[in-house]
Design a binder for this molecule. Structure first.
Ligand code: ATP
Ligand code: MG
Length: 285
């Protein structure tokens, strides 16, 4: 039987969340951990543990059918792969930073300057579009020290909190792009593998939906049911069950995490009591 081969980062910021996602999709690794390959018994999938830099190439070549990595790596490597789905973790931005003490007057002030980065393709595209000529110094890591050692006038790197920049006396002056983890696939999957991928996507969607939603239970006097039902934008209409106490009911529904606090306030005002909010593990719409 053919197996879907998925490439995930071997060790780094994406590893744990990538494996968590598979686990939440019901895919348990038989011999998980830091080995090169792992199989599962309950879904025909094989997991390849690789450096994230190598994933776009392996997916393009079909050594892996799909992969999980940062969009920044996908954009930089410029391989022919399909970006299927943002996964909602490993969020960061690609930013240009310069020494804190330097004045900044806009993107054109980089004309003729040197910028150090590990993302030369993304950066040169950016400056080409802006019509500004810069010299790009490609370095593999510790980009933030480049201005301090006289290698460059500025840097372009991944930023999440900005504390690394701050520690190195740099300030962020331009954000080039926002990035998060993404699922990519080979562009010529067999029908069998496409069917497996569809199954996996179905599960990923169920997991993502559930994360965005909460299950809510509350008690309310029957006289308030109509008002409260209007506040709860549930999947369909909320479930209403009579309580042992006369004139009271229990309402159950699913609400979006985003609307959560807002709805809670409105519900309390409308007379809801004993409000319980519980996580949803899977959600199939
Ligand atoms: P590898 O050894 O696999 O090449 P790496 O050192 O290139 O690992 P990590 O530092 O583990 O990569 O980061 C992996 C990805 O996590 C990045 O490409 C980026 O998409 C994302 N990421 C999110 N926040 C940050 C951050 N603050 N710093 C670096 N990467 C981040
Ligand atoms: Mg890497």
């Amino acid at each position: 039987m053919s197996k879907l081969k998925i490439a995930v980062q071997k060790s780094g910021r994406l590893s744990e969340k990538s494996l968590d996602l598979l686990k939440n999709c019901g895919i348990k690794l038989q011999n998980g951990g830091r080995i090169l390959k792992a199989s599962t018994s309950n879904f025909p999938i094989e997991v390849l543990f690789l450096r994230d830099d190598d994933i776009p190439q392996y997916v393009e070549q079909g050594i892996a059918d799909i992969g999980i990595l940062g969009q920044n790596e996908v954009w930089e490597k410029q391989k022919r792969v399909n970006e299927l789905k943002p996964l909602g973790f490993a969020g960061c931005r690609l930013s240009i930073a310069i020494p804190k003490g330097n004045a900044y007057t806009g993107i054109s002030s980089f004309e003729g300057k040197r910028i150090a980065t590990s993302y030369p393709n993304i950066l040169s595209n950016y400056f080409q579009k802006a019509g500004v000529n810069v010299a790009i110094e490609e370095i593999g890591g510790s980009v933030e020290i480049a201005p301090g050692i006289g290698l460059a006038d500025g840097i372009m790197d991944i930023v999440s909190t900005g504390s690394t920049l701050l520690m190195n006396g740099l300030k962020e002056v331009e954000t080039i792009a926002k990035s998060e983890a993404v699922l990519i696939s080979n562009q010529a999957l067999s029908p069998k593998k496409t069917a497996l991928l569809d199954q996996l996507l179905f599960r990923i969607n169920a997991v993502q939906q559930s994360k965005e939603n909460k299950y809510i239970l509350l008690n309310a006097p029957n006289t308030q049911l109509a008002t409260i039902t209007k506040i709860l934008p549930g999947m369909k209409s909320p479930t209403v069950l009579p309580l042992a106490e006369k004139g009271w009911s229990s309402l159950h529904s699913v609400i979006r995490e985003d609307d959560f606090w807002n709805s809670i306030d409105q519900l309390k005002t409308a007379g809801a009591e004993g409000i319980l909010v519980v996580p949803v593990e899977k959600m199939i719409l």
